[in-house]
Design a protein around this ligand. Structure first.
Ligand SMILES: Cc1cc2nc3c(=O)[nH]c(=O)nc-3n(C[C@H](O)[C@H](O)[C@H](O)COP(=O)(O)OP(=O)(O)OC[C@H]3O[C@@H](n4cnc5c(N)ncnc54)[C@H](O)[C@@H]3O)c2cc1C
Length: 403
């Protein structure tokens, strides 16, 4: 087996909802960027998982998430003439019907456009690989002084290849804080977890209308996508649940003509690990719309905790939006390390809202920009001057709270 050695400024692990955007943000800021993804395409839960209805980009009549994620979502819709929701209607009571402001799109097309954007930003893509070791390269000479070589060496293992990737800054976008764990920092999850789901598309008009068909989902209780073994179990149980539901439908009078248009190749988790961060976003922060001093992203979604019986979203007071502090993207006590996406440091209820796709994209862009600037300035992401980070994000079209 060959071993490849790669030297880079920013390494993003996980090319899903957050990770693809993080890599594009870093690449566009001139950082040499590598993206390692264990699957075959970008977009993660949104594309491979089939959750092809990202939200929310608009709330209370204004845009709350813009930037690279929005650019890709809009380009996906526009390329094949799919209509966007009328966001001017996202006001008052209409926000209690928030799914109508999510964007129905084609996941495969999004993945192709995200890949094109990565390539144009100079991102070096590495599919079918996952890290097995994450080692800190520390050449600290004295407190507070660092060297060019400070960063990480990440070894990855993939189909027919091993790689040793040296990077200045590392971003964990695996959704499960897998890299944070390998690097020796804390992550946690509770005994209770939201159900996962398998998604499939039928001709039968009882699910969510999307493109030519109707999306359906079956809950998969305890679905855990954290390891190959648990993800295999979740996939097998998910496909069995799909088969059972489809056979039942075909045996019924109203479903006897139903046909399957697609079954997603993976079962998804709604909830796995979250990091222990420099700051944990609480439910109270979330519901009150607290504006954090180091806010780098904005989002809106109701609190959205699924149970085996379904979900009853808790809507936030009118005009409330949520801010995401940079410290919630930094594993506690770490340097040169960030996360973006579902594993953001947050309590369970705050996380049930923060995990949605537009929010993951906004976090991805913030993390990618912070890592690129940190690599350029030879510092840790938490030390990047906020005004510089916010200016870089605004230059990339992002909505950023604060001045
Ligand atoms: C059934 C369901 C319905 C949902 N409904 C909505 C909705 O209506 N609206 C909404 O906006 N959001 C919704 N969400 C939430 C949202 O889709 C996810 O929380 C979000 O997409 C997670 O983004 P992420 O970037 O953190 O992770 P992901 O998009 O899952 O990306 C993680 C990526 O990392 C890769 N990876 C993992 N481990 C490794 C490794 N060790 N090495 C290399 N690569 C790795 C994965 O292959 C994947 O590509 C839903 C989620 C589920 C499961």
């Amino acid at each position: 087996m060959t071993e490849t050695v790669v030297d880079t400024d920013v390494l993003v692990v996980g090319g899903g909802t957050a990770g693809a955007v993080a890599a594009i943000a870093a690449g566009r800021l001139g950082a040499r960027t590598v993206l390692v993804e264990c699957g075959s395409q970008l977009g993660g839960t949104m594309t491979t998982g089939g959750v092809e209805w990202p939200g929310l980009f608009f709330a209370w009549g204004q845009q709350v998430v813009a930037g690279i994620g929005w650019e890709l979502v809009r380009a996906t819709a526009e390329l094949q003439g799919d209509p966007l929701p009328d966001f001017s209607q996202s006001v008052g009571e209409a926000m209690h019907r928030h799914p109508s402001f999510q964007v129905a799109l084609c996941g495969g097309l999004y993945a192709a456009l995200a890949e094109e954007a990565c390539t144009q930003a100079g991102v070096h893509l590495r599919y079918y690989e996952a890290p097995d070791r994450v080692l800190r390269d520390s050449v600290l000479r004295a407190e507070g002084t660092e060297d060019d070589r400070d960063g990480w060496t990440v070894t990855t293992h993939g189909k027919g290849v091993r790689a040793r990737i040296q990077c200045r800054q590392l971003i964990d976008c695996t959704a499960n804080a897998s890299v944070v764990d390998l690097a020796g920092f804390e992550r946690h999850r509770g005994a209770d977890r939201q159900p996962g789901s398998i998604i499939y598309t039928l001709t039968q008009p009882s699910g969510w209308k999307s493109g030519a068909g109707y999306k359906h989902q079956r809950y998969v209780l305890g679905a855990d996508v954290t390891t190959a073994e648990t993800h295999t179990d979740a996939n097998v149980r998910g496909r069995a649940a799909f088969l059972k539901a489809f056979r039942t439908l075909r045996a019924s009078a109203e479903g006897r003509d139903a046909r399957v248009l697609s079954v997603q190749p993976e079962t998804n988790s709604r909830e796995t690990y979250r990091i222990v961060g420099e700051y944990e976003i609480t439910r109270d922060d979330y519901a009150s719309g607290r504006v954090h001093d180091d806010a780098v992203a904005c989002m809106y979604y109701p609190i959205d905790l699924h149970t085996p019986d379904g979900v009853k979203p808790q809507h936030l007071p009118e005009r409330t939006t949520v801010t995401i502090p940079l410290r919630a993207l930094i594993p506690r006590g770490s340097r040169h390390l960030l996360v973006a996406g579902r594993c953001v440091a947050s309590d369970r209820l705050a996380n049930s809202g923060l995990r949605v796709q537009a929010s993951c994209m906004a976090m991805g862009q913030a993390a990618g920009a912070a890592a690129a600037l940190a690599a350029r300035l030879r510092i840790s992401p938490g030390q990047v001057p906020l005004d510089q980070l916010r200016a870089a994000l605004r230059d990339q079209g992002a909505v950023v709270p604060g001045s």
